[in-house]
Design a protein around this ligand. Structure first.
Ligand SMILES: [Zn+2]
Length: 361
């Protein structure tokens, strides 16, 4: 508005502005493109190119390490979308999905920039340790926005906040069933209270394509104590969401495929590609999500599979001691859908046995 008003004022004053004809020198064109190249960590991609590099997490009270990153800088300007996986380094389907996207998305066909981070938690991936970063024993999706003076997880989170979250317009965080989780695919839609932002993220989730969507409204609102990766983007005003697919170790190609297709759908939805997208027509909104946790150590015997529809009080599993003597029946706290159930017999007090999604009416 300001620019067009002053333009009219100049014309009224009789000033004639001579603009250069079509033959603008290439260097001048590049200078006018504020993002002729895009750098994340050590990766710099020129327009229409793909670049590979790392985010350097500096040494502190424990070791330094590198987080791999690919930058796909589109041939034309547009939004910046970041897709991050592997905060839990053994949620393999989500990791494989991001690795596939590095090659399947073509920068020449892209408007905007796609930042792809397939594995945040390298130590978890290498050592096959679920849930935590074995270097400092911390969950890598609980310490955002991070700290440069903390342990490795805190420092990595600070680097990701600065290099990925603050640079993007939208973020998708990928998870899935970990080694001990038999999970059905679903997304989380975060309600921040900002109507425009929530509508934008809702449209992204519906475009992504998973029809089971957990309504998440209990995450911290304070950007300086955002805890979760997606929440760090959301509390900074960036419409974002989390998606989960995959389970219990081996990569089911179908689980990786729904995540790959989901990102391609979001790219189409954001007009970053020409893809036509049909959003989910009949989403199943989950609210609340109920966790069933173990009250004692023992051996877990599930009686339901992922995606089972259970009634309130239904027996969904049993706990025995190490000599097969019954200790406890595990029952559903409410009617709902088993979004995941513990995939392994190993059990200690406080572990999650199942996650029951109550369908919002
Ligand atoms: Zn996870």
């Amino acid at each position: 508005m300001q620019a067009s008003r002053s333009g009219r004022a100049l014309a009224a004053a009789g000033l004639v502005i001579v603009t250069a004809p079509a033959a603008v020198p290439a260097r001048a064109t590049a200078q006018r493109d504020a993002r002729a190249s895009f750098t994340v960590g050590t990766a710099t991609a020129a327009r229409g190119q793909r670049a590979y590099g790392v985010l350097k997490v500096p040494a502190g009270s424990d070791a330094a390490y590198d987080i791999p990153v690919a930058v796909l800088h589109g041939a034309r300007p547009g939004p910046v979308l970041a897709v991050v996986a592997g905060s839990h380094g053994t949620e393999y389907a989500s990791i494989v999905a991001v690795e596939r996207l590095i090659d399947e998305v073509k920068p020449a066909e892209l408007a905007g920039t796609l930042i792809l981070v397939p594995i945040v938690n390298i130590a978890s991936f290498e050592r096959i340790v679920p849930h935590l970063n074995p270097i400092d024993g911390k969950n890598m999706n609980r310490f955002y926005p991070g700290s440069a003076s903390g342990t490795q997880t805190d420092r990595a989170s600070a680097v990701i906040t600065r290099e990925i979250i603050e640079r993007c317009d939208h973020l998708i965080d990928f998870h899935g069933g970990d080694l001990d989780e038999n999970l059905r695919p679903y997304s989380y839609w975060t309600v921040t209270g900002n109507k425009a932002q929530d509508e934008a993220s809702r449209a992204m989730v519906l475009a992504f394509g998973l029809d089971h969507i957990i309504v998440s409204s209990d995450r911290p609102k304070d950007p300086s104590a955002s805890r979760f990766l997606e929440n760090t983007a959301s509390t900074r005003g960036k419409p974002s969401f989390t998606a989960e697919a995959g389970r219990s170790g081996p990569v089911d190609p179908n689980d990786a495929a729904v995540l790959v297709k989901g990102v391609q759908n979001v790219l189409g939805h954001l007009k970053m590609t020409a893809r036509t997208v049909t959003p989910v027509a009949k989403p199943i909104w989950i609210d609340p999500l109920l966790s069933v946790t173990a009250e004692r150590d023992g051996v877990f015997h599930p009686l339901v599979d992922r995606d089972a529809h259970v009634t309130k009080g239904q027996k969904i599993g049993a706990i025995t001691d190490y000599l097969n003597r019954p200790l406890q029946d595990v029952v559903a706290p409410d009617a709902g859908i088993v979004l995941f159930v513990r995939a392994v017999p190993s059990l200690k007090k406080g572990d999650t046995l199942a996650s029951i999604g109550v369908v919002k009416r």
